[in-house]
Design a protein around this ligand. Structure first.
Ligand code: AMP
Ligand code: ZN
Length: 469
């Protein structure tokens, strides 16, 4: 399996740190609003990478954080006159709903920055101790960028070029830096902002330290894959590398994967241009399966243009796949239990060829566009051959392969039976029992299971209420 590594600018054979395991960290959204369709691209792309790795038999530990303390969240909280946690919790819940509708699997862990402050202060203390960070007079802690000799290795930037281009970054309050390249690890609180006590000042963390710490805590000092949108290469991921490698003394991530941007009608998406869409906006017109399919129709490192025409094409393509699978399932359910004929056995080698094509595409840096072409070849084969088949065995094998490939893409070809109200009530009761027994992991697992099926729980004073998303 080959992965394009931003660090080396080459496609490299994927070799995990630990055999059979993948430790993967994806930078998640800042939760101050509904996620937009650009944010959905890394979610869908890296969920598909994860699904393929799982198909290959890897045990994938997949972490995606939520940045729940940030200027934009604080601004939104002030505007509404509420605590910033009200804003972040609201939009984490909304983001999880969108992810479920996009068929993005829950991460193994979705850490939140505000719950990891202790770890951040620990790493900051280590960096100060090792001479990689310093405390300014006002209590701000800065990373001493030049102390990390490999700074710039991910974005392939040269420190001296950066120095020249970076002077304008000396904004007010940052004039206490030793060097304009230094960046914030911890900053003093401002009036009305959430803050935590520390040895340096009452304050809050800088953005970059969050990911270094959450990755270390949930995946260890060395991880296999770190991923996000290409805008994160510099400075966010460069700074993460500097912090983590300076603090831990080990290579942080072996493979760095970055998706290219999603544009709208060939322009950058922006509120001021009036071409800004949330995932929720799109859900009013399309099943979000269509958005997912559209995103995977291009290679993740190619810029992708969103337009009404391309969405219509994606809708039609997806319909062709689902219709073919539904017909195949019908034939399978009707089939008599006749043994496979020799011709059918022979014909199945053709199917193996499509599967091979699919795998080759995915193994070449996750070329989902070519993988989808292989699925279409399978669709064509099914549409021409399945109705003439006799044996249940043959149709079953065919359907199983079809479903496996669709699952890797996150395409749902068979809608799960809707949960009945009674089943939901039963699961809610199980969750309450688990909570009483202080088995919070189980309680959370039940909540997530319900969420994946589109059931949202709300804990109120009158008890647990639920609704369908
Ligand atoms: P943010 O909340 O801005 O930190 O973004 C969360 C994730 O979405 C990051 O991985 C970004 O790189 C990614 N992202 C933001 N805008 C776009 C876009 N237009 N196209 C693709 N990815 C994006
Ligand atoms: Zn990050």
């Amino acid at each position: 399996m080959k992965i394009y590594n931003t660090l080396t600018k080459r496609k490299e054979e994927f070799v995990p740190i630990e055999e059979g395991k993948v430790r993967m960290y994806v930078c998640g959204p800042t939760v101050y609003n509904l996620i937009h369709i650009g944010n959905a691209r890394p979610m869908i792309v890296f969920d598909t990478v994860r699904r393929y790795m799982e198909y290959k038999g890897f045990d994938v530990n997949y972490v995606m954080n939520f940045t729940d303390v940030d200027d934009k969240i604080i601004k939104a909280a002030i505007a509404e006159g509420v605590d910033s946690s009200v804003i972040s919790e609201r939009y984490i819940a909304e983001c999880k709903k969108d992810m479920a509708a996009l068929n993005v699997k829950e991460a193994t862990k979705h850490p939140k920055a505000t719950e990891e402050i202790c770890g951040m202060l620990d790493m900051i203390a280590t960096l100060i101790e090792k001479g990689h960070a310093y405390v300014a007079a006002d209590g701000t802690v800065y990373f001493r960028t030049r102390s990390f000799k490999e700074y710039g290795k991910l974005s392939h930037k040269n420190l001296d070029d950066l120095q020249g281009g970076n002077r304008s970054l000396l904004v007010s309050g940052e004039d206490q830096k030793e060097d304009s390249l230094d960046f914030v690890l911890w900053k003093p609180k401002k009036e009305g902002e959430p803050f935590w006590e520390s040895a340096y000042c009452d304050g809050r963390p800088g953005w970059h330290i969050e990911c270094s710490v959450m990755s270390k805590k949930y995946l260890g000092d060395e991880i296999d894959i770190h991923a996000g949108g290409e805008d994160l290469v510099f400075p966010h991921h460069e700074n993460e590398i500097a912090q983590s490698e300076a603090a831990n003394g080990k290579q942080f991530a072996r493979y760095w994967m970055h998706n290219a941007f999603l544009n709208i009608d060939n322009k950058k998406m922006s509120k001021s241009l009036g071409n800004f869409f949330t995932v929720r906006d799109i859900s009013e017109k399309y099943d979000l399966q269509v958005l997912r399919f559209f995103m995977l129709s291009a290679h993740y490192r190619s810029p992708l243009n969103f337009s009404a025409d391309l969405m219509e094409a994606a809708k039609n393509g997806l319909e062709r796949i689902v219709t073919s699978a539904t017909n195949l399932k019908y034939l399978l359910d009707q089939a008599q239990n006749v043994d496979e004929t020799d011709e059918e056995k022979e014909a199945f080698t053709k199917v193996a060829e499509y599967v091979k094509k699919f795998e080759e595409a995915m193994e070449d840096d996750f070329n989902t566009a070519d993988a989808i072409s292989a699925i279409f070849e399978l669709v064509k084969y099914v549409n021409t051959n399945a109705s003439a088949a006799n044996s249940k065995q043959y149709l079953n094998d065919l359907y199983t392969e079809f479903k496996t490939l669709a699952d890797i893409m996150g395409i749902i070809i068979e809608k799960e039976e809707e949960l009945l109200d009674a089943d939901i009530e039963k699961l809610i009761q199980d969750r309450q029992d688990a909570r009483k027994a202080k088995d919070f992991a189980k309680a959370d697992a039940i909540r997530n299971e319900l969420l994946e099926k589109g059931i949202i729980l709300e804990d109120t004073r009158e008890g647990v209420k639920w609704k369908r998303a």
